[in-house]
Design a protein around this ligand. Structure first.
Ligand code: CO
Ligand code: ZN
Length: 338
């Protein structure tokens, strides 16, 4: 198998595993299995963050991170006829949600439809939608699903050659990038590969992990918008043009020394990179950077179309570039200090 098909296989496996915000343990178990040959040590913290460590000798710590959680829907109520009402967990788009197939933690499947009479041709809101799991009564539904259970869009992986589409590419595709980088990193520093929980509800796992790891330098990986589709809002990122050097999003502005370091390393390792300024959204680096008196923090993104939909789409070459870029940064003996 060549690198592209190998990476595609890994991405597919990671995207197909259940793991909405707060219920990431199955994704964590799979990542741990894939990473086992390439780490000296594993830890799981009380929130569920998975931390893999590859030891170096410099006494410095570099933290690589990507979030494991995916957006989901949480059960609010089950009515007499067994229809399930739900609330969003993370940034759920109503238009991407209606008519979807969903899957629960125990494997139970359902489909989403909407109230008809009250709508009069308008787009349904989440509060007007319900999940049908095929139950006839509340009792029948409650035998499978309870209030507080979380489901996700059922994964459907589309292989388009060097490009792929699936829900949960945000951010499992970057979990795959971190695994890919860990395979061959040989660094003077201790490398902490951190797979965080609860990013989609406010960077909560990364907050805990940045505190416990206390890295000297942090590199976070996430997806970002790819502004190359019809009538798209202008931003500089394009799918297929390589991983990004992020300058800013709504959670962080990256420092000049970190940006200069990233540019220098990109030049040295020959990976084609592009600039990123994201008008909206945030990543775990927004939680990591201000932690513990301030941590030099970098963010590398994979441009991705249709983020937070069941058809998130990305380019594998960008991911392989991201893995090489991250590896090269983690192997530098001189790290940015501001
Ligand atoms: Co997201
Ligand atoms: Zn993300």
């Amino acid at each position: 198998m060549n690198r592209i098909s190998e990476f595609k296989e890994l991405t597919k496996a990671l995207c197909e595993v259940y793991g909405p915000t707060g219920r990431e343990y199955k994704a964590a178990a799979l990542i741990k299995e894939k990473l086992a040959p390439y780490a000296d040590e594993f830890r799981t913290d009380p929130m569920g963050n998975l931390i893999a460590i590859k030891r170096g000798t410099s006494g410095k710590k570099v933290m690589l991170s990507a979030h494991m959680d995916q957006i989901g829907l949480i059960v609010l109520d089950i009515d007499d006829k067994g229809f399930i009402r739900f609330a969003p967990v993370g940034g759920i788009d109503p238009a991407a949600t209606v008519l979807r197939e969903v899957v629960f933690e125990n494997g139970v499947r359902g489909v989403i439809y909407h109230e008809e009479r009250t709508l009069k041709g308008e787009n349904p809101k989440l509060a007007q939608m319900f999940i049908d799991i095929g139950a006839r009564t509340r009792e029948e539904a409650e035998a499978h699903v309870s209030v507080g259970d979380i489901c996700t869009y059922a994964p459907h992986f589309v292989d388009m050659g060097s490009r792929v589409s699936c829900g949960a590419l945000d951010d499992r595709i970057c979990c795959a990038v971190v695994i890919e980088a860990m395979k061959s990193i040989s660094s003077p520093h201790d490398i902490y590969a951190v797979f965080t929980v609860q990013e989609e509800v406010g960077l909560r796992g990364a907050t805990a992990a940045a505190y416990s790891v206390h890295p000297d330098f942090s590199i976070n990986l996430d997806v970002t918008a790819s502004c190359d589709t019809p009538e798209c809002e202008y931003m500089p990122m394009r799918m297929g043009e390589g991983p990004t050097i992020k300058f800013m999003d709504r959670s962080a502005v990256f420092t000049r020394p970190v940006i200069d370091f990233m540019k220098r390393v990109a030049e040295k390792c020959g990976v084609k990179v592009q600039n990123e300024v994201l008008r909206y959204g945030g990543t775990d680096s927004g939680a990591i950077q201000p932690m513990l008196g301030g941590i030099p923090a970098a963010c590398v993104s994979v441009p991705t179309r249709y983020i937070h939909s069941p058809v998130e789409t990305a380019d594998i070459e960008d991911c392989l570039g991201a893995a090489e870029f991250v590896k090269a940064m983690a192997e530098e003996s001189e790290l940015p200090t501001a």
